[in-house]
Every structure is written in C-alpha cells, then in structure tokens.
Design a protein around this ligand. Structure first.
Ligand code: 13P
Length: 333
C-alpha cells in the first residue's frame, strides 16, 4: 500500500514516551455496566457527565496521548456545547474512535465469535475524520477454553477482518489499532495463555502482511500474558513481563509502530504493577505503553459516585492514575 506520512505523525504523537491512551470507548450498554458499579442508572446524562470529567481533567495531557471514544460520545459535547473531540484536540490529545460493532457467533465453532463492522467503513471513517478522529480501534475476541479453543479458523477470520479494517483505516489517514483480546477470564495456566497469544499474534501479523497493511502505521493492542482469573496459581509481575515479552518477540515484526495494553479485568493496581514490570525489562524493538479502560476509569468512577461536589476529586484521581501508569510504562515505579 502507498505510504501515508500523516499516519506516522499520528503514531509518533500517540507513542510519545511516558504517555498512554485512555480507552473511554464503551458502547452504551457497556457504559451502563461501569455506571452500575457506583449505582448510577445508564442514562445519557450520566454517560455525558462521566466523559466530561474524564476529558476535561486538568493536565491529563502530560500522561495521555490519545483517548478512544464510541460513536455516541464522539458526537457528544460538554455542558457548554464544545464537542468532545475538540476538547481533546485543544489539549493536544489525539481523538480516536472504536469502529467495530461487536461480535457475533461463528457458526460451527462452539463458543467462538467474529467481530462485525466492515460495512460502510470508508464513509464512517470520512465522517469521523471530519470530527477530528485520527486513530481507531477494532477489537477481536479470542477465548481460551478446553484444548481446541481458540481454533486457527477463528483466529484467521478475525485476523482477516482486522486486516481489512486496517487497510480501510490507513487509506482514510486514520491509524488503526488492531486489538485481538485474548480473554483473561478462565482457568487456564500462564503457559497456555502464552501459547494462545503467540499463535494469535503470529496469525494476525502474517495476515496483515498478506493484505499489505503498513505495519509502521499501525499499533497493536494486546492482552498481557497471564494465567486465567480463576486459575489456581496467579502470575507474578515478573512472570507476566517475561511471558508477555517472549510472546511479542516470537510474533510481532519490528516494523510494527508500537504496542499498547488493555487491562482485561485485572484490578487497577495489578495492571499498573504488571506494566511496570514490563517497563523494567528495558528498551524493546517497539514503544510499549498502556491503553486501559477499566483500570483507569474504575478509581475515577469511585471517586465521583455521580455527585457534582466530587467532580474535582474525580479529576485529580484521573490525573494520579494516569501518572502512575505513565511511570509504570517507563518501569519507574
Ligand atoms: P480494559 O482495559 O477494560 O480491558 O479495556 C480496554 C479495551 O479497550 C478493551 O477493548
């Protein structure tokens, strides 16, 4: 594919050392699950208030390079009518957009799913670009179960969808984040997680190269490699760091612009500790940082609890959590 230099400018901004990406891109139903944690109803006003706290918090641009939004939030505004993407752009934070439309059953493959959302993607990107978006995210879901799951067939079809999305994004001057999330929930060992994640990333990058995606204009969003959440032996930060980096060295071409992590349902503290252990392993062929959702938003939600008088405190918590993750990305905690 023809090289598009706009992509490299965005990549460089997103991967500035010591910064990471906030994934505030929950669909409306998933945003409802977050609000329910602090007993708030899933009303548009509550979703807007929470996002306004996140996006207007002072100084977050020191630690956050980008924010991923969802279709309804990229169209949303602050109380004074400023569009959310404009608020972010004014701070020097790159606005991003989740463009996949969720998963549906992969017939013939019990329990496996394929992500939807390629229809009209060129037109959707054009509109999002006009709104200020310069990068995007597409999430595929890979579940570890019994011996045969995930199947290579499920990984391959999801990789083809990711490759097609990435092609269209790059043609639209939008940096694609490709996210094959290997699900943390389950009773698998860290060894099994490592094998599955390595296989997934190998098939993904093989496919991205087959479809001529420009890897220098693309960011990988990965799970950390760790034992399933109900497995008897939980992985230490050092084990997670070793297994995760071994996986990347076995599967991610050096041309790939960078790697960011999802938190995957780990506690905020554990996500940060594991990131710090990875940062402590020293320089890697790719910039590596965070792109957490729950691990950043949960402490902010708990500080806010839906109360006007707590908004200032909630913004301070966001700044502090972002700072801790920034330090962790550098291995400096
Ligand atoms: P979590 O950090 O909550 O796993 O979310 C990140 C993400 O973007 C999942 O698609």
């Amino acid at each position: 594919m023809k090289k598009n230099t706009k992509l490299y400018e965005t990549v460089a901004a997103l991967l500035s050392p010591g910064k990471g990406i906030l994934a505030a891109d929950e669909s409306d139903p998933t945003a409802g699950k977050r609000l329910a944690m602090v007993h708030l109803p899933n009303k548009p006003e509550n979703r807007q208030d929470f996002r306004e706290i996140l996006f207007t918090a002072p100084d977050i641009e020191k630690y956050l390079s980008g924010v991923i939004m969802y279709d309804s939030s990229i169209r949303n505004t602050t109380d004074d009518g400023t569009p959310f993407p404009d608020v972010l752009t004014a701070k020097g934070i790159v606005p991003g957009i989740k463009v996949d439309l969720g998963t549906s059953e992969l017939q013939g493959f019990k329990g496996e799913v394929v992500t939807q959302g390629l229809d009209n993607l060129t037109d959707r990107f054009e509109e999002y670009y006009d709104m200020g978006a310069r990068f995007a995210k597409w999430r595929a879901v890979i579940t570890i179960d019994e011996d045969k799951t995930p199947t290579d067939e499920a990984i391959k079809i999801n990789s083809i969808m990711l490759a097609r999305y990435a092609q269209i994004a790059q043609t639209s001057s939008i940096v694609p984040i490709v996210e094959p999330e290997v699900i943390h929930a389950g009773d698998h060992s860290i060894q099994r997680a490592e094998l599955v994640t390595t296989r997934t990333l190998q098939i993904l990058f093989q496919t991205l190269m087959e479809y001529k995606v420009d890897l220098a204009g693309l960011i990988l969003k990965s799970s950390m490699v760790l034992a399933g959440d109900v497995y008897s032996e939980q992985s230490s930060p050092e084990e997670v760091a070793n297994a995760t980096l071994r996986t990347f060295h076995m599967s991610v071409p050096y041309e790939c612009a960078g790697i960011v992590f999802l938190s995957g349902g780990q506690t905020p503290e554990r996500s940060t500790k594991n990131l710090n252990a990875i940062g402590k392993m020293g320089e890697q062929p790719w910039p590596i940082t965070f792109s957490f959702s729950r691990a950043i938003e949960e402490p902010v939600l708990k500080a806010w609890e839906g109360k006007k008088e707590n908004e200032g405190k909630a913004k301070e918590v966001l700044l502090e959590v972002s700072k801790q993750n920034s330090l962790a990305s550098l291995g400096k905690l």
